[in-house]
Design a protein. Structure first.
Length: 474
C-alpha cells in the first residue's frame, strides 16, 4: 500500500510540474520591434490621456455649434397662498355707501342727512386668488453673436492642438521603446560575446591541460589558464544579470507584467545611412517636429482667444417667442387663460470697467510669450540636429575602424593560439589576445547601438514616424 501511495505521489508531482511548465509558457511572449512599439502605445497612459483630450475637444466643437442652434425651454409652476397678500386701498363699502346716499339726496328721494356718509379711509384688501399655475414654452434663436462664431473656430484649433500633442506622445513612446528594445539586444550581444570568450578560455584550458599532461608546458601556464577561466566566469554572470535587468525595465516601459517572460526577435545591425546636409535636416525638423508644431498651434489658439475676447465688443441679436397657459382660482375650479409673444432682443455692453480691454492685452502678451518659446525651441532643435549629425558621422567612421579592428583581433588571437601550441608563444599572449578580441567586439556592438539610437533621435527631431502607429487603438 505504501509503495502504491508513493507511485501516486510521484505521478501527481510530475503532473504538477508539467502543468507549471505549460503555465509558464502561457506567460511567454516573443516580440519584434513593431509589436513591442504597438504594445507600448496601447498601454501608455499618457497616450490614453492625450487621446481622451482629443475626444473632449471634439465634444467642445459640438458644444460650440450648439450655441448657434435654437434653444427651447419649458417652465411650469403652481403656487398656493397660505395667507393672501394685502395692499392698502380705499374702502369699497364706504365708496358704495356714499355714492348711493348722494344719488338719493340729490334726487330728493330722501331728506339729506350728512350723518349717513361714511368716512373714506385706506383699508388693507386682497386682490389675489389662493391658487394659481402657469406653464410657458419659450424658443430663442441667436441671430448674431460674434462670440459664437469665434467659439466654433477656437474649438477646432484646440482639437488640432490636442491631436498634435497626441502625436508627440506616440512619437516619444516609439522612440523610448526602440531605445530600450535595442538596449536589450545589446545586452544579449554582450552576453554572447562574454560567453564565447569564456568558451575560448575553457578550450584554451583544455589544451593547456593536455599539453601539461604530456609535459610540454609548465604548471604555471596551466594555473594561469585556469585563473583566466575563473576570471571570465563572473563576467558572464554579471552580463546575465544585466540582461535580466534590461528585460525587466523594458517590460515596465511597454506596460507588460513582470512575471511574463519575453524573447526579442531582432538584431543590432549596422546599416549605413546616406545623410542629408545639416540645413536640410534642420528645415525638415522646423517643419515637422511635433513639439514645435504643438507650440505653433498653441499660438493660433492664443490668437483665437484674443478674437474671442474682442467678440465681447459686438452686440448680440436674438429672436424669441413664447406661449403661456395660466389659471387662477380660490378653489380648484381654475379660470384659464393664454398668452403668447414674439420679439427681438439686442444687447451690447457699453462699459464694464475696461475689463475687456485688459483681457485682450493679456491675450496679446500670451501670444508674445509663445512666440519667444517658439524661437527658443527652434534654436534648440537646430542645435540638437547639428549635434546628432556630428555624432552620427563620428560613429560611422569609428564603426568602420572597429570592424577592421575585430578582424585584426581575431587574427591575433588565432596566431597566439598557434604560437602557444608550437611553443614559441606564452599563455600571457593568449590571454591578452582574448581580452583584446572581447573588447573589440564589445566596442563595435556599443558603437552600432549608439548609431541606431542616434538615428532614432534624429527621426524624432524631424517628426518622422510610421503612420501605422497613429492608427493603433483607433
Amino acid at each position: 500500500m505504501s509503495k502504491s501511495i508513493k507511485k501516486i505521489a510521484k505521478v501527481a508531482i510530475f503532473i504538477v510540474f508539467a502543468f507549471c511548465l505549460s503555465f509558464s509558457d502561457v506567460f511567454s511572449r516573443t516580440l519584434t520591434l513593431d509589436s513591442a512599439i504597438s504594445v507600448a502605445i496601447s498601454s501608455n497612459r499618457d497616450i490614453k490621456i492625450a487621446k481622451l483630450e482629443i475626444d473632449r475637444a471634439n465634444q467642445a466643437i459640438l458644444e460650440s455649434y450648439g450655441y448657434a442652434y435654437p434653444s427651447l425651454d419649458f417652465t411650469g409652476s403652481f403656487t398656493h397662498f397660505l395667507k393672501k397678500p394685502q395692499t392698502p386701498f380705499p374702502d369699497f363699502n364706504a365708496m358704495l355707501n356714499n355714492s348711493v346716499y348722494k344719488v338719493l339726496f340729490d334726487e330728493n328721494i330722501i331728506p339729506t342727512d350728512e350723518g349717513k356718509y361714511l368716512s373714506m379711509q385706506m383699508k388693507l384688501q386682497s386682490f389675489a386668488l389662493a391658487n394659481s399655475y402657469s406653464t410657458t414654452l419659450q424658443i430663442s434663436q441667436i441671430l448674431f453673436n460674434y462670440s459664437v462664431l469665434k467659439g466654433i473656430s477656437s474649438s477646432a484649433i484646440y482639437r488640432n492642438l490636442a491631436e498634435e500633442q497626441w502625436k508627440g506622445k506616440i512619437a516619444a513612446t516609439s522612440l523610448n521603446t526602440q531605445k530600450a528594445f535595442y538596449g536589450v539586444l545589446l545586452s544579449q550581444e554582450v552576453l554572447k560575446i562574454t560567453q564565447e570568450s569564456l568558451q575560448n578560455a575553457t578550450d584554451n584550458l583544455r589544451n593547456v591541460q593536455a599539453l601539461r599532461a604530456q609535459g610540454m608546458v609548465s604548471e604555471f601556464d596551466a594555473l594561469r589558464a585556469e585563473v583566466q577561466v575563473e576570471n571570465i566566469r563572473p563576467l558572464v554572470l554579471q552580463m546575465e544579470s544585466n540582461l535580466e535587468s534590461m528585460k525587466n525595465n523594458f517590460k515596465l516601459l511597454i506596460g507588460m507584467p513582470q512575471n511574463e517572460d519575453i524573447t526579442l526577435e531582432g538584431e543590432i545591425q549596422y546599416n549605413p545611412s546616406d545623410l542629408k546636409s545639416d540645413q536640410e535636416y534642420i528645415d525638415i525638423a522646423l517643419k515637422n517636429n511635433f513639439d514645435l508644431n504643438t507650440l505653433k498651434i498653441k499660438r493660433e489658439f492664443d490668437n483665437a482667444m484674443i478674437d474671442l475676447e474682442r467678440a465681447n465688443y459686438y452686440p448680440t441679436v436674438a429672436a424669441f417667442g413664447n406661449y403661456s397657459f395660466m389659471g387662477t382660482a380660490d378653489d380648484l375650479q381654475f379660470q384659464n387663460y393664454q398668452q403668447s409673444v414674439v420679439g427681438l432682443s439686442l444687447s451690447i455692453n457699453l462699459f464694464n470697467g475696461m475689463r475687456k480691454g485688459r483681457r485682450v492685452e493679456q491675450g496679446v502678451i500670451n501670444v508674445m510669450k509663445t512666440d519667444e518659446s517658439i524661437n527658443q525651441f527652434k534654436d534648440y532643435i537646430a542645435a540638437q540636429v547639428k549635434s546628432k549629425l556630428t555624432e552620427i558621422k563620428k560613429i560611422q567612421s569609428n564603426i568602420d575602424a572597429q570592424n577592421r579592428n575585430i578582424e585584426l583581433a581575431q587574427k591575433a588571437y588565432n596566431i597566439s593560439e598557434v604560437r602557444y601550441k608550437e611553443g614559441t608563444g606564452n599563455q600571457l599572449e593568449v590571454e591578452n589576445a582574448d581580452l583584446a578580441l572581447r573588447q573589440a567586439r564589445t566596442n563595435y556592438m556599443q558603437s552600432v547601438y549608439q548609431f541606431i539610437t542616434l538615428i532614432r533621435d534624429l527621426d524624432n527631431l524631424t517628426g518622422t514616424i510610421d503612420p501605422k502607429y497613429l492608427n493603433i487603438n483607433e
